[in-house]
Design a protein around this ligand. Sequence first.
Ligand code: ADE
Length: 409
Amino acid sequence: MPGDLERGRLKLQWARDHMPVLGAIRRRFEAERPLAGLTVSAVLHVEAKTCVLALALQSAGAEVRLAAGNPLSTDDDAVAAVREAGVTTFAEKGESLGAYRAGLEALLAADPDVIVDDGADLVARVHERGDRGRIRGSTEETTTGVTRLRALERSGRLLFPAIVVNDADMKHLFDNRYGTGQSVIDGVLTATNLLLAGKVAVVAGYGWSGKGVAARLRGLGADVVVTEVDPVRALEARLDGFRVMPMLDAAPLAQLIVTVTGSTGVVRAEHVKVLRDGCLLANAGHFDVEVSRTDLEGLAVAHRTVRPYVEEYRFADGRTVYLLGEGRLINLAAGQGHPVEIMDLSFALQALSVEHLARHGSGMAPKVHPVPAEIDRAVAEAALAPFGVGLDALTDEQVRYRDSWTEGT
Ligand code: ADE
């Protein structure tokens, strides 16, 4: 459905007003125009904050094209407003898989100089095509995309430099932890309007996002259980005070399961068979493969949508479970995505990384690259400024001490 332009303008204005770090970058971009003459193709969750990033890149002189990062994550109002501002956009909430793929193709057809990706689908398309074209490099927003890029790098087939924004401190420590933590709650509550206090909530995966979700669920009074495949993370969860157990043991207890693993088949037939009656199933990982819809459909005797973003599956033994947001990222499918201030930091890193590729990409090796340390630090300093937090500075003696290997006992 076409979005409402006036509502979209107001949403973009609200986001822009709460994104001061990206705002300062945009003002510098307007003056310096570091992307003049370049085309940037971005596959992102097209909502208001993303549009603020797109317009910042446009202010730097780029021709910007946007496509949806997920069939359910688009805000049609924001699309109307960003289109009005001149950004060619291929995104509509609820679009078909065919439309999603057509969006990716349209972005490649524009012969981009720089790619901004979230989940690495666009980069994967370029590599299936086997021709880098004019692409100087790409940036990647999320853990799943970084995992795919590293696999591509290991295969020896990565065609251009890829800056992994997700791995910057100013990204995963804040976006994954506090962003996902809060926005998953937003999505689950919007979809269900149910109480979290007192519920047994199982969080699958204790990476940075899982840690955030577990902490926020505990904050709302849920009895949180963590499942993990990694012994270090399992120990971390245990010492953070959570019960840790295999999913097969957790499923019969769970009233809510949130998958945040980046893996596939985390809740599958063997778990579905023992799920507690009434259990809510939500996914916060990038792709909709963490809760097996195929297994739910295969085992259920009845299936219907009972409210927006809530599908009910009934089994022969009388149990009912509910899949939220079609098993897609619940924070964007039913919620509004990460808080604005968090996306300010992540998209500031994106904007500066795109600039870095525009200036230096041609000379960078076709490898996975971290966000340059000076970019991470600049975003941290800018984000800290409004808090009025002062920092200590190392004395000369402390610098000498830090840089010396001879000083010890
Ligand atoms: N809003 C825009 N991009 C997002 C992302 N990757 N995660 C959550 N909210 C977002």
